[in-house]
Design a binder for this molecule. Structure first.
Ligand code: 13P
Length: 219
């Protein structure tokens, strides 16, 4: 399974800073690394168009993810961004059901389910379902990473649970870890067979750290 590293920039960086970080990351990544590892950046909605323009103009292989999507297709929903609008921007992925949105913005399973449907309608890969992310809440932004035993146990449990479901696709489903991933722990985590990648928050805002995390995958 091709591994994936996703940089979730959360509520950081304006579009100019985003372009700079994209260019730094691209410059520092080993040549053609994207043939072996999917590299995905998830900036704020306001930066997606600018980054997409740089990516398409410079023919970069880095892919984009949104950090969220509306549960609605279109209509009078002030402030929402639809999956159709994201699809038009060549956005390949979308994070849904993130614990920060559940706990801080009151998102529940019903809302997340609707969002999932909207993404699948536009063939945008949800980072949640088709990519299943294990992000222990206590490990997010705390510097406390889960133990290797814990990661293996939870991903193994999730995989067993999901693999019995009708929508499970062995070829396409990836199981990734997130929560205080840094260059100090990425080698051990990312080279586990059961871990198909990482969802990186804080460390993805620093190009050196992000590229070190990518480079810690043994190809
Ligand atoms: P940190 O890497 O900052 O812990 O964030 C993890 C996360 O929430 C990624 O989506």
């Amino acid at each position: 399974m091709k591994k994936i590293i996703i940089g979730n920039w959360k509520l950081n960086l304006d579009h100019l800073q985003g372009i700079q970080l994209l260019q730094k990351i691209n410059y520092s990544l080993p040549k053609d690394v994207e043939e072996n590892i999917d590299i995905v950046l998830a900036p704020s909605h306001t930066s997606l168009r600018s980054l997409q323009t740089v990516i398409s103009t410079d023919k970069l292989k880095i892919k984009l993810s949104s950090q969220d999507v509306s549960m609605y297709k279109e209509g009078a929903y002030t402030g929402e961004v639809s999956s159709t609008q994201l699809e038009k921007l060549d956005i390949s992925y979308s994070i849904i059901g993130h614990s920060e949105r559940r706990t801080l913005l009151n998102e529940n399973d019903e809302i997340i389910n609707q969002k999932l449907k909207r993404l699948l309608e536009q063939r945008i890969t949800p980072i949640f379902e088709i990519i299943f992310a294990y992000e222990p809440i206590w490990a997010i932004g705390t510097g406390q990473v889960a133990t290797i035993e814990n990661i293996i146990e939870v991903l193994d449990f999730t995989k067993n649970l999901i693999s019995s479901k009708s929508f499970y696709d062995q070829e396409k489903s990836r199981f990734i870890y997130g929560g205080s991933v840094s260059p100090d722990n990425s080698e051990e985590i990312l080279n586990l067979n059961i871990v198909d990648g990482a969802l990186v928050g804080g460390a993805s805002l620093d190009s050196d750290k992000f590229v070190k995390i990518v480079n810690s995958i043994k190809l």
